[in-house]
Write a protein that binds this ligand. Structure first.
Ligand code: PNS
Length: 162
């Protein structure tokens, strides 16, 4: 069985992430979406909330599973016996960071963990979770960025009722 891990913060999940998830799930037998539990960051949504949101947003894709992890991605992937990481590339600005991570993961795993990059669909190339949080915090329109139920949850976090 060919499986892969799509790791990330997903705080919140955007249409850009969902586009990558759909395309990767069409290629792999199983895609594990893995939410990083990063103790160094204060997220908008807790890890449990992000897992539930992702489960809801992907409930129509049967070969997708959502989990969380902490620590090194390479250790988590090896524990799961998964050898492919999926990541999205929006623009050249993503490339240096992603290349460094991919090379480091290959090195740490002694060649056992490869990274496959999906180029983000052009309509989502400008999208990031950071931008979505920023727009929403000022009550701006994020309807083109995230699914409706996520939009409502984000505004609730900022105490905005539309
Ligand atoms: O959505 P993000 O925040 O861009 O995802 C980044 C992520 C989770 C893929 C990356 O930070 C990660 O893999 N963190 C786990 C810790 C780790 O393994 N770091 C070394 C990678 S070189």
């Amino acid at each position: 069985m060919k499986n892969a891990i799509y790791p990330g913060s997903f705080d919140p999940v955007t249409y850009g992430h969902l586009d990558i998830i759909r395309r990767a799930a069409a290629i792999f037998d199983e895609l594990i979406i893995s939410v990083l539990n990063n103790v160094r960051k204060t997220p908008l949504f807790s890890v449990e909330e992000r897992v539930r949101i992702l489960e809801n947003a992907t409930k129509d894709i049967p070969n997708v599973r959502v989990e969380s992890f902490s620590g090194l991605l390479v250790d988590y992937a090896m524990r799961r016996d998964v050898h492919v990481i999926v990541r999205g590339l929006r623009a050249i600005t993503d490339f240096e960071y992603e290349l460094q991570n991919a090379q480091t993961n290959r090195l740490l795993s002694k060649g056992e963990l490869d990274t496959m990059f999906f180029t983000t669909s052009l309509e989502y190339a400008y999208l990031s979770s950071t931008t979505v949080r920023e727009i929403a915090s000022f009550g701006g329109d994020i309807s083109g960025c995230v699914p409706d139920f996520v939009e409502e949850l984000i505004y609730n976090k900022f105490g905005i009722h539309k």
